[in-house]
Design a protein around this ligand. Structure first.
Ligand SMILES: Cc1cc2nc3c(=O)[nH]c(=O)nc-3n(C[C@H](O)[C@H](O)[C@H](O)COP(=O)(O)OP(=O)(O)OC[C@H]3O[C@@H](n4cnc5c(N)ncnc54)[C@H](O)[C@@H]3O)c2cc1C
Length: 402
């Protein structure tokens, strides 16, 4: 097992840079990160991806290796256990992981961008020391709990209740589809304090595994990302100390939406990685498979598929980096993150289907990874806002700009 450490650097998170345009080449630091994570992913994660998928096995050892390599706090300052890199580096890491093993990329992005990030952006100093630092060090794993059995896209309709009683909230309700479900230590839970206030009544609470009245429900049996732990979490009169509230009562919706902006960049990068991984396999196979006396990469039909896939992957990657660059400059990036997520996820679905096609019959069976990439791609069109919701976000931002 390799223990390559990410070099500590003061690199970016420099919000003084107010450039809107994106440089079209990676910096030396970003290339270094790419090379390091590619090596870890190819050597350690790719060889196990099939077994993880077939056994629906959560790869805890992959998370531990990411932690040992200083990747769990990638975008956070050193004082909170991180390495202070920018969000393009984050997208690069997620892409490299997804190329090798989509399950590993999702456990990582749910930890970093859906749970640790909101503690960094919304937490007070004490919360950053107590909650963010062990997450950055990979000593604690995070999960994000917004969706419920009766509400996903319509997240303001959350029915999980948090009633304030003295210095505690008492939480009751069920959260659905929680990534890192059974495995996590800290759960960022969005709950309702007053249904009459709708989204203005929501609160964001960090609830710890082992809290009184906290249990797990159904573990989902999924189409793809099968090694990822996805389950219901249940709260029955669970006391949560007020010190575990991020922001104030009423900030829950803002915490959730701003978290999803960053999270969508992670899903876009995941989709790019899945598509690139599928492309790499299809390309390699096309050089080996012989039909009508020549390798199929000499057939123009196959060449055109590979060319179109490559164009779309590059387009999605650039949209993703663009959203990251805006985030790093401290600009609003809601629209660009939604654009990147929408395009990249639909691109990954189209391209993994083409990958299966290039493999012919071998694409349809589990001996080759083509079918796994296709199954893994589908979720990127659904979680952290479906494609329909991304179109709504993009359109509403465009209308505001006019
Ligand atoms: C594997 C997996 C992991 C997940 N991980 C997490 C997690 O860690 N944390 C978490 O909180 N959630 C998680 N989710 C939940 C996920 O974010 C939701 O499933 C998703 O947001 C869609 O919500 P829904 O399933 O309730 O669908 P619905 O909201 O019921 O939508 C059903 C359909 O209606 C469409 N639709 C809904 N509203 C509109 C509208 N206004 N206009 C047009 N079309 C609309 C949708 O696009 C969709 O096609 C996960 C889901 C899965 C499957």
């Amino acid at each position: 097992m390799s223990h390559i450490k990410i070099p500590k650097t003061n690199m970016i998170v420099d919000t003084s840079i107010k450039e809107k345009s994106l440089s079209f080449s990676l910096t030396d630091d970003q290339r270094d990160i790419q090379a390091i994570v590619r090596e870890i992913a190819e050597d350690e994660f790719a060889p196990k991806a099939r077994e993880i998928d077939r056994n629906h096995r959560f790869p805890r050892e992959n998370f531990e290796l990411l932690a040992a390599s200083d990747l769990c706090g990638l975008t956070f300052p050193e004082k909170y256990g991180g390495v202070g890199l920018d969000h393009i580096s984050y997208a690069i890491v997620v892409e490299e992981l997804a190329k090798a093993c989509a399950t590993t990329s999702v456990l990582y992005s749910a930890h970093v961008s859906l749970t640790a990030s909101p503690v960094y952006y919304w937490g007070n100093e004490e919360q950053k020391q107590r909650i963010l630092t062990p997450m950055s060090q990979g000593k604690k794993m995070g999960a994000f709990a917004l969706s419920e059995p009766g509400s996903g896209s319509d997240s303001a309709a959350a029915r999980c209740m948090a009633i304030k009683k003295g210095d505690h909230f008492i939480v009751n309700g069920v959260k659905n589809w929680i990534t890192n479900g059974i495995e996590a230590d800290y759960y960022l839970v969005i709950a309702q304090t007053d249904p009459a206030l709708k989204h203005k009544g929501l609160v964001a609470l960090i609830i710890e595994k082992g809290s009184k009245g906290f249990s797990f429900g159904k573990l989902e049996d999924k189409l793809g990302i099968k090694g990822s732990s996805t389950c219901q979490i249940i709260f029955e009169d669970t006391p949560v100390p007020i010190e575990n509230m991020l922001g104030n009562i009423g900030d829950g919706f803002k915490v959730a939406m701003s978290t999803l902006d960053g999270g969508r960049i992670g899903i876009a990068a995941q989709a790019v990685g899945i598509a690139q991984g599928a492309w790499n396999h299809a390309y390699k196979y096309s050089k080996e498979r012989v039909a009508f006396g020549k390798t199929i990469n000499q057939l123009q039909a196959i060449q055109f598929m590979l060319a179109e896939m490559a164009v779309e992957i590059d387009t999605a990657r650039l949209l993703t980096y663009n959203a990251c660059a805006l985030q790093d400059c401290g600009e609003r990036f809601t629209k660009q993150a939604a654009m990147a997520k929408l395009y990249a996820s639909e691109m990954a679905m189209r391209n993994t289907v083409k990958c299966v096609q290039i493999f012919g019959g071998y694409g349809y069976v589990t001996d080759y990874p083509a079918e796994r990439y296709m199954r893994d791609a589908k979720i990127t069109e659904i979680y952290e806002g479906t494609s329909e919701i991304q179109r709504i976000v993009i359109a509403s931002n465009l209308l505001k700009e006019q």
